[in-house]
Ligand binder design. Structure first.
Ligand code: DHE
Length: 613
C-alpha cells in the first residue's frame, strides 16, 4: 500500500490508544496474571512498518485473509484482534502515537477518578444492572472472569475503560460502542471496579411475605376459559427494557395483551397445565398471569430475591399448578410458593461452600427444570458447582435432598429427549454437564468450545448417531453435538459426534422442534457483523445448511416454535424491535410483530409446559 505520512496527531492518538487498546495490550511494564489477550506493544515499531500497523488496526480480517500474519503466529491468542471501526484518521493518529512512544518507553496507566457518593451509588446500580449477571455481585467471576478490586487494579483504569467501551469477541458486551453506557458511566465504572464491592442486603421471609400481593383470589378466577381462543398456542414475549410481557395468540396472529411485569423481565415459565405464565424479573419480582381470562390478567405478585433469573412450576402428575420455585442470584437462597396464589411457603438458604469444600461469598441459582417423572425440581447452583435435587412432595419441607458435584460455573440447561438427564453448561469450565436424574449422579462432563451457552438446549435424531443434544457457544463460532442416547447408542453417549463451524462466535441460543427439519442458532453477541443473522443446521445431514439475516433494527436473538412446530419466532432485539415469524420448514418469513420494545425471550405455552426443545 501507499506509505502513510508521519504526521499524525499524537495527542488524539494517545487518547484513542488508551480508550481502545489498553485492555488487550500493555506498553512496557510488568505483565499481569492472567495475562492480557494481546502482546506487549513497547517494541511495536521494530520489524513492521507504520503502513502495516495502520492496515492491521483498520482491517484485521482482510490482513489475515491476505496472509499478513502466518497462522502459527496467531496461535496462543484467545481471539483475533477485532476491527474497532475507528475512522482512518484516528487509526493513523494511533499509529503515530505508538511509534513515537516506542522511542520514549512505557505508558503508565491513568489514575481512576474519585467518585462522589452519588456517583458511587450510580455505578453500584450500573454494576447490578449490567455486570453482576456475568461477573457476580461480589465480582468473583462466573460466566465472565473475576473482576474483583485486585484484578481490576491490575487491568488498570484505561484497560477497564477500553473493555467497557468495546467489549471482546469472547463475549463481553461493547457497552460504550452501542450506547448502553455513556463515557461518564464508563469512567466512573473503571474507578468503581477498583474499589472493594459494597455489601448486599438479605431478604428474609418476613419481607417476602410483605411483598406478596394476591391481586385476584382463586375463587374469583374463571373455572373454565372465558374465551374460545387456543390459549395453549399463546406465546409470551419478554419486552425486556419496557418491563413488560406481550402475549401473542399464535392461531390468530394477534397480540392480545401487554402486561407490566417488573424490571428487566428475564424469562417466563408455564404452569404444568399451561394456564398460568410465571414471569421472573431481574429484580426478583414474580408475576403470575392467568391465560383463561378474556384478556390475560395478572393475578398475583411476590418478590423473593433482590436479583433473580430463574423460576419453574411443579410438573409431576398430581402436583399440577401446586407449587412454584424462584431461584435467586442474590441473596443466596430459593423460595417456594403456592402455585395458585404465590403465597410464600418456605425460604431455603444455599450452601456457601462449593463442591471442593471452598468457602463462597455468593452462590447463585442458575437454571431450574421441573421433572416430569418425579415430584422434584433440579436446580443448578452456579458458584458451588452443584446440581441439586429439591423434592416438593412433603408440604412441610422443600429443602435440598441431594447436591451432585459437577463443574463450575453452572448456567443454562435443559432435559435430554427422555427427561432422564439434565444437561447444563458449566460455561467457565467449557463443559456441558450431564446429570443422571434416575441415579442422581454425575453421568459425564463433555468438553465443548469456549463458553457453551445452550439456553435449554436442543434434542434431535442425527442420521448417524441417533439421539443427540448440542450447545452453541458465546466465545467460539461452533456448535458442539454429542450423543445423548445411552440406551440405544451407548458407544456415542455423551461423546462429541460433530463440531459444526459457524461464521461467528457470540451465540446465545440453539433450538428446534420435532416438527422442524432444522436446528437453529443465533449469533447475538457477534463482534464480527453476524449479530443480525441466524444459522440453520440440517437434522437430515448434521451439517450447516445456511446462515441468513433476519433482524433489521437490532440483534437476532432466541427462538421459539408455535404449538405444532410449523412456525418459529426470532426476536429482533432493539428499542424499535420485532418478533419475526418464519415457516419452520422453508425458513421463509411469514409475518412480523412490530412496535415491540427490546423483545428477547419467547415462550409458547404448550412447548414450555411440556419442555419441547
Ligand atoms: Fe439469560 C435463561 C442468566 C443475560 C435471555 N439466563 C437464563 C438462565 C439463566 C440466565 C441462569 C436459565 C434460567 C432457567 O432455565 O431457569 N442471563 C443470565 C445471566 O446471568 C446473564 C448472562 C447476564 C445477566 O445479567 O442477566 C444473562 N439472558 C441474558 C441476556 O442478555 C438475554 C439475551 C436478554 C435479557 O433478558 O437480558 C437473556 N436468558 C435469556 C432467555 C433465557 C435465559 C431468553 C431463556 C431461554 C429459554 O429458551 O428457556
Amino acid at each position: 500500500g501507499d506509505r502513510l505520512p508521519r504526521n499524525g496527531d499524537t495527542v488524539n492518538g494517545e487518547a484513542q490508544y488508551r480508550q481502545s487498546c489498553t485492555y488487550c495490550h500493555s506498553f512496557g511494564g510488568a505483565p499481569i496474571e492472567p495475562p492480557r489477550p494481546g502482546p506487549d506493544l513497547l517494541d511495536i515499531s521494530m520489524g513492521i512498518s507504520e503502513t502495516w500497523l495502520g492496515a492491521w488496526i483498520d482491517f484485521p480480517a482482510e490482513m489475515i485473509a491476505a496472509g499478513a500474519i502466518p497462522p502459527e503466529n496467531l496461535e496462543g491468542y484467545p481471539y483475533v484482534m477485532p476491527d474497532l471501526l475507528h475512522p482512518p484518521v484516528d487509526v493513523w493518529d494511533m499509529v503515530d502515537f505508538m511509534v513515537t512512544q516506542s522511542d520514549i518507553g512505557q505508558i503508565f496507566d491513568s489514575e481512576p477518578v474519585n467518585l462522589t457518593s452519588a456517583q458511587f451509588e450510580a455505578s453500584r446500580q450500573d454494576y447490578f444492572n449490567l455486570c453482576a449477571g456475568c461477573h457476580g455481585l461480589f465480582r468473583t467471576g462466573a460466566t465472565g472472569p473475576d473482576i474483583g478490586a485486585l484484578r481490576s487494579q491490575a487491568i488498570g483504569t484505561d484497560g477497564l475503560g477500553a473493555i467497557l467501551h468495546y467489549g471482546t469477541p469472547a463475549g463481553m458486551g461493547n457497552f460504550g460502542q452501542t450506547g448502553i453506557m455513556t463515557d461518564e458511566q464508563i469512567t466512573n465504572m473503571a474507578a468503581y471496579l477498583q474499589l472493594p464491592p459494597p455489601d448486599a442486603p438479605p431478604l428474609p421471609m418476613v419481607d417476602i411475605q410483605a411483598s406478596w400481593d394476591l391481586v385476584i383470589p382463586v375463587a374469583s378466577r374463571p373455572a373454565t376459559p372465558e374465551h374460545t381462543r387456543n390459549w395453549e398456542n399463546y406465546t409470551g414475549v419478554v419486552l425486556r427494557d419496557a418491563g413488560q410481557v406481550a402475549i401473542i395468540d399464535g392461531d390468530n396472529n394477534e397480540e392480545i395483551a401487554r402486561l407490566s411485569t417488573g424490571f428487566a423481565v428475564h424469562i417466563l415459565r408455564s404452569s404444568s397445565t399451561g394456564r398460568y405464565f410465571y414471569a421472573i424479573g431481574r429484580d426478583g419480582l414474580v408475576t403470575m398471569i392467568d391465560l383463561w381470562t378474556t384478556v390475560p390478567t395478572i393475578v398475583a405478585n411476590v418478590k423473593g430475591c433482590h436479583d433473580a433469573r430463574s423460576i419453574d412450576a411443579s410438573k409431576f402428575p398430581g402436583f399440577e399448578d401446586t407449587y412454584l420455585i424462584e431461584g435467586c442470584y442474590w441473596p443466596p437462597q430459593y423460595v417456594v410458593y403456592d402455585g395458585l396464589t404465590l403465597e410464600p411457603i418456605q425460604r431455603v438458604d444455599l450452601p456457601l461452600v462449593d463442591m471442593n469444600g471452598d468457602p463462597l461469598v455468593e452462590n447463585r441459582v442458575a437454571s431450574i427444570v421441573a421433572s416430569h417423572s418425579r415430584p422434584e425440581w433440579v436446580v443448578s447452583q452456579k458458584e458451588a458447582g452443584f446440581v441439586s435435587i429439591v423434592p416438593y412432595a412433603n408440604p412441610l419441607d422443600f429443602s435440598i435432598s441431594a447436591n451432585i458435584s459437577t463443574a463450575k460455573f453452572l448456567h443454562d440447561g435443559g432435559f435430554d429427549h427422555t427427561g432422564d438427564y439434565f444437561l447444563v453448561a458449566a460455561n467457565a469450565s467449557n463443559l456441558m454437564v450431564a446429570v443422571n436424574l434416575n441415579t442422581q449422579t454425575l453421568e459425564a462432563l463433555i468438553p465443548t468450545g469456549q463458553v457453551p451457552h445452550p439456553g435449554r438446549g436442543v434434542n434431535w435424531i442425527d442420521p448417524v448417531y441417533g439421539w443427540v443434544n448440542a450447545t452453541s457457544h458465546i466465545g467460539e463460532g461452533k456448535v458442539t453435538v454429542y450423543g445423548a442416547d445411552p440406551v440405544g447408542n451407548p458407544a456415542h453417549a455423551w461423546q462429541i459426534v460433530r463440531e459444526i463451524t459457524l461464521p461467528s462466535s457470540g451465540s446465545l441460543f440453539i433450538k428446534s422442534h420435532p416438527a422442524s427439519p432444522w436446528v437453529l442458532v443465533d449469533m447475538t453477541l457477534s463482534a464480527t457483523g453476524y449479530d443480525q443473522d441466524i444459522c440453520a443446521i440440517s437434522k437430515a445431514t448434521g451439517t450447516l445448511d445456511r446462515c441468513f439475516t433476519v433482524a433489521t433494527n437490532g440483534k437476532a436473538v432466541h427462538f421459539e416454535f408455535n404449538m405444532d412446530g410449523s412456525e418459529v419466532m426470532v426476536s429482533d432485539w432493539d428499542p424499535d424491535g420485532a418478533v419475526i415469524v418464519l415457516d419452520s420448514t422453508t425458513l421463509a418469513e411469514k409475518r412480523r410483530f412490530v412496535n415491540l420494545t427490546t423483545p428477547t425471550g419467547k415462550f409458547n405455552v404448550y412447548n414450555t409446559a411440556h419442555d419441547i426443545y
